[in-house]
Design a binder for this molecule. Structure first.
Ligand SMILES: C[S@@+](CC[C@H](N)C(=O)[O-])C[C@H]1O[C@@H](n2cnc3c(N)ncnc32)[C@H](O)[C@@H]1O
Length: 282
């Protein structure tokens, strides 16, 4: 089969699965299989694929047509310019989380940081790459997610500076009080009642523990605020991702009296996305 022929078959399979950008995703699958850039597909449309390659591509397209996330099908997704291994058990890094990283970097130069709920390790990897003298702890309750984080930190030579930790309560971390410069987190924040309404790629495939934020979506933030008050040094920052304005407003109330509220920043789509607190100097 030629590139042009398999491209047509993949596009049809994906369209039958109601995938929006079927032709584009067919190209991505082809690029993945052949190790090519997309423009090469157009310049080599008569190139012949082996029957093994064609079979593998059809199998990938079938998975995608069943609404498995494209990132899982490819086994890799880019975050902060770094291709990261992802798959079942680990949340696919989202573009809005790059905004969280930007804000975290704006208040962190060096020292020790904690990435709570690290998933693929995307946030820890981005921060450690940008801050070469920093050290970090990347914690998650999910051992499956931590296996992906380990793979990604190893790939980018960061494993010596980031300790991975399987833990469900940040207050149980074996840390000295006032030892952290920064706590950053993209915790699960979708209210339980809204999980079923998510697109199938998310509701059927991504791990529930990465999404479910309890009845009000805020369950994970409460222990995080308590832990921040204990583990941050004076002047250190807590930076978290939130889902919307309502959550941001509720969090400001929960955080009052625990830490000093600094700001809530909207992402490039205008949605309040990142809340920032500081442990007061006095
Ligand atoms: C929204 S995902 C974020 C993953 C990754 N940091 C990212 O931004 O793509 C939340 C992560 O928190 C983890 N998590 C959920 N509850 C937790 C808990 N009680 N303790 C530690 N990690 C938890 C999940 O396993 C998941 O990896």
């Amino acid at each position: 089969m030629t590139v042009a022929e398999i491209r047509r078959s993949l596009t049809t399979l994906l369209r039958d699965g109601a995938i929006d950008n079927a032709a584009f995703e067919a190209d991505l699958l082809l690029c993945h299989e052949l190790g090519w850039k997309r423009d090469r597909l157009f310049l080599n449309s008569e190139y012949s694929l082996s029957s093994h390659q064609a079979e593998r591509l059809i199998a990938l397209a079938r998975r995608r047509a069943n609404r498995e996330p494209l990132a899982y099908v490819l086994g890799e997704w880019e975050f902060w310019g770094m291709p990261l291994a992802v798959g079942p058990g680990c949340l696919v890094p989202r573009p809005e989380t790059e905004f969280l990283v930007e804000v975290a970097l704006s208040c962190f130069e060096e020292g020790l940081f904690l990435d709570w709920g690290t998933g693929s390790g995307c946030i820890a990897a981005a921060i450690a790459t940008e801050r070469p003298s920093a050290r970090g702890i990347a914690a998650d309750v999910s051992s499956r997610a931590l296996a992906f984080a380990r793979q990604n930190l190893l790939r980018y030579g960061l494993i010596d500076r980031i300790a991975l930790c399987c833990e469900s309560d940040p207050l149980h971390l074996q840390l000295d009080d006032a030892s952290l410069e920064l706590i950053v987190s993209n915790p699960p924040y979708i209210p339980t009642g809204k999980l079923k309404g998510l697109m199938p790629e998310v509701s059927l495939y991504e791990p529930k523990e990465a999404l479910d934020g309890g009845e009000d979506g805020l369950v994970a933030y409460r222990p995080l605020l308590r832990a921040s008050s204990r583990f941050l040094r004076r002047g250190g920052f807590l930076v978290v991702e939130v889902g919307d304005k309502e959550q941001a407003d509720a969090l400001m109330e929960i955080g009052a009296g625990v830490l000093e509220f600094v700001d809530c920043m909207s992402d490039y789509g205008g949605i309040p996305r990142v809340c920032l607190w500081r442990k007061a100097d006095l």
